[in-house]
Design a protein around this ligand. Structure first.
Ligand code: SAH
Ligand code: SF4
Length: 360
C-alpha cells in the first residue's frame, strides 16, 4: 500500500482480507474502495496465494498437496495435511492448558485435531543420505508469503476455524528452515500476528544448523515455535555417515546451541531419530542415545520415525518389533519416547518422501 501511496491502515485492511478472511482475489476485498481495487488491478497488482494444484489422498486420511507458488512460475512445493496428527506432537508441552473443547462439527468433518506440514525451500541443500528431498538439491528459497501461504491454503481447504480447532503447524516439509532463516521467521510472524495461530502449536525442525539455532534462541517467546532437532544417530561417527552436515556441526555444537533457547514452562526439545534398519536401530544404539540425551541435561523427548523408503535410497525400514524395542529401552531409561505413525506412505507424503512426485 505504501508503494501505491495509500495510507498504512489500508495495509491492515489488506492483511485482514488475505490472512483472516482468506480472500484470493483483489476484486473480492470489499474493505477497499472499488476505485482503489480497479486502480491496483490496472497497475498489475494481484492478491496471490499459493494455490493447491493437485491433491493426493491417502487411505489414512492424510492429504498431500502440490502447491504452486505464483512468484516462480510452475515451481511446486509440497504441503501435507494430517488429520489426527502423527503422534509427533505428543509430550512436548503443547498440550499444556489445552481444553478438550473442539468444534461441534469436528465429528462430521472426521477430525478433532490436525497437523499441517509445510515446506520452507524447493528442494534442500543438506545432503542427508536417507532423505528423498536431498536428491533434488536446492532449487530456491521460499518467500515468507509462500511459506505462510501454504498454511492458509490448507486452512481454507479444510475449513479450519482458527482459535477454535486444534491445528498444529510443523516446518518439516521440504527444505531446511534454518538455511532460509529470515523468510521462515517472517512466515511465523505472519502466521502468529496475522492469521492468529499460536507459536506453541508450531514446531520447526532443523538438521542442526548451529548459527540458525543461535538466532532462534534470540527470538521472543511470542513468536518462537518449539524446536525439534533431527539427531538421527547416537554418536558423531554414525551421524557423520548418514548426515554429512555433522562434520561441520557435530552433536556437541548443536546441543550447546540448543541450550541457549529459553524454554517455556513444561516445554521440551524434541530430538527426532530416524530408525534405519541395522544402521541406527540396534539395542546398543538405544542405550547410547539415552546416555547422550541425559548428558545434554535438557528437558527432552525423542520422536522415533521408522525410515520411509524411496527410490534409489539404500536403507531398510526397521521391523515393528525393533522399533518398539528401541522405544521401550528409552522409556525404561526415563527418556520420553514416541514412535511416530507413518502417515500417507501410499501417496509419498511421509517424512523424507517429499520430492514433487506427481505420480501420486
Ligand atoms: N530439514 C529439516 C526438516 C525437514 S525433514 C530437518 O531435517 O530436520 C523432517 C524430518 O524427516 C527430519 O527429522 C528427517 O530426519 C526426517 N526424514 C528425512 N527422510 C526420512 C525418511 N526417508 N524416513 C523417515 N524420516 C525421514
Ligand atoms: Fe534436508 Fe531435512 Fe532432508 Fe536432511 S532430512 S536433506 S535437512 S529435508
Amino acid at each position: 500500500m505504501a508503494a501505491v501511496d495509500e495510507p498504512a491502515w489500508r495495509g491492515r485492511q489488506l492483511a485482514e482480507a488475505m490472512y483472516r478472511q482468506w480472500v484470493t482475489e483483489l476484486a473480492a476485498i470489499t474493505a477497499l474502495p472499488q476505485a482503489l481495487r480497479a486502480r491496483l488491478g490496472a497497475e498489475g497488482w494481484q492478491v496471490g496465494r499459493p494455490a493447491i494444484a493437485q491433491a493426493f489422498r491417502s487411505a489414512d486420511g492424510t492429504e498431500r498437496y502440490l502447491i504452486e507458488c505464483h512468484a516462480a512460475g510452475p515451481q511446486m512445493v509440497e504441503t501435507v495435511w494430517m488429520p489426527e496428527g502423527d503422534g509427533g506432537e505428543t509430550g512436548d508441552g503443547s498440550e499444556a492448558g489445552e481444553q478438550n473443547g473442539t468444534g461441534e462439527d469436528s465429528a462430521q468433518r472426521g477430525w478433532r485435531r490436525a497437523t499441517i506440514c509445510v515446506s520452507s525451500q524447493v528442494g534442500c541443500a543438506v545432503n542427508c543420505r536417507f532423505c528423498l528431498t536431498a536428491r533434488l538439491g536446492l532449487e530456491r528459497n521460499l518467500s515468507a508469503g509462500e511459506i505462510a501461504g501454504q498454511v492458509v491454503a490448507v486452512l481454507d481447504r479444510q475449513r479450519v476455524e482458527v482459535g477454535r480447532d486444534r491445528v498444529n503447524v510443523v516446518f518439516m516439509g521440504m527444505g531446511e528452515p534454518f538455511l532460509n532463516y529470515d523468510n521462515f521467521m517472517a512466515a511465523v510472524r505472519l502466521l502468529v500476528e496475522e492469521v492468529g495461530l499460536s507459536p506453541q502449536r508450531m514446531t520447526v525442525s532443523t538438521s542442526g544448523i548451529v548459527p540458525g539455532i543461535e538466532r532462534f534462541a534470540e527470538e521472543p517467546a511470542e513468536v518462537r515455535p518449539k524446536l525439534a532437532i533431527s539427531l538421527n544417530a547416537p554418536n558423531n561417527a554414525i551421524r557423520g555417515e548418514v548426515m554429512p552436515i555433522n562434520r561441520k556441526w557435530p552433536i556437541e555444537a548443536v546441543v550447546d546451541a540448543v541450550r541457549k533457547v529459553r524454554l517455556r514452562p513444561r516445554e521440551r526439545v524434541t530430538f527426532e531419530y530416524v530408525l534405519l534398519g541395522g544402521v541406527t536401530d540396534r539395542p546398543e544404539h538405544a542405550l547410547e542415545l539415552t546416555r547422550l540425551i541425559r548428558r545434554t541435561g535438557l528437558p527432552a523427548k525423542v520422536n522415533l520415525i521408522a525410515w520411509n523408503p524411496g527410490p534409489d535410497l539404500h536403507y531398510t525400514t526397521p521391523t515393528p518389533e525393533a522399533a518398539e524395542r528401541f522405544r521401550e529401552t528409552l522409556i525404561a531409561a526415563g527418556v520420553p519416547a514416541y514412535l511416530r505413525r507413518p502417515r500417507g506412505r501410499d501417496i509419498y507424503a511421509a517424512c523424507g518422501q517429499l520430492k514433487r512426485t506427481v505420480e501420486g
